[in-house]
Ligand binder design. Sequence first.
Ligand SMILES: Nc1ncnc2c1ncn2[C@@H]1O[C@H](COP(=O)(O)OP(=O)(O)OP(=O)(O)O)[C@@H](O)[C@H]1O
Ligand SMILES: [Mg+2]
Length: 224
Amino acid sequence: MDLLYKLESIQYSYVWNQQQISVLKGISLDIPRGSFTCLVGPSGVGKTTLLNLMGVIENPTKGRLIFCDQSIAELNEKEKENIRLKNIGFVFQAFYLIPTLTVLENASYFLPSLGMDRKKADQWASEILDLLGLADQRHKKPLELSGGQRQRVAIARAMAKRPKVILADEPTANLDSVTADKTIAAFKELQRVENTSFIFATHDSHLVGYAKNVLKMKDGLIYE
Ligand SMILES: Nc1ncnc2c1ncn2[C@@H]1O[C@H](COP(=O)(O)OP(=O)(O)OP(=O)(O)O)[C@@H](O)[C@H]1O
Ligand SMILES: [Mg+2]
């Protein structure tokens, strides 16, 4: 099987108030390339934490994380940054758009760092904005958008890179069902054309319905 991620007994704890809080307690799983995966479970169970580990934003406290046959622990900071930039698109629960930039500039934000010239970057980002139904918003700034539009700009920024995987934290939380459907159709299109994998943390049963792979979390473990 062509694996995107292999997780071997992953543990993660936070130190808070001089106390060790164990959030992930030994997660092992394989995620194939080109798959659509949902992480589900009650608030506070560790979904965002697990996405942060898979996004190479945090390091596991224990266990081994393998991304595209590469053991992440063996990489230095520069190499990790490169993986994040080229291979991973992240949609944060809080979006983190840049308020002084337009929708198009936000969506194309990472592309010049991938060696793309401005014209090509604008073209790539425009295609994705089109796919997400945001073409007519491209010259606005984030504060001039609705919450759902902002959410889709954050999604567009991750998709525009055409990364190997998109890790998206509650990507449909601010969307009505029609807009959510269109957004899911855009994910499927990118998956079809680029074999992009998608991993979502979500409470949205609608989005879960589209996923082949549903991972249920409880007490710091995946139980199903
Ligand atoms: N920086 C931190 N310091 C201490 N504890 C933290 C920190 N970040 C998260 N936690 C704790 O870790 C646990 C898991 O948090 P996480 O954000 O991964 O949950 P989640 O499953 O994404 O929840 P939600 O569905 O509400 O987004 C929670 O109990 C949270 O309080
Ligand atoms: Mg979360």
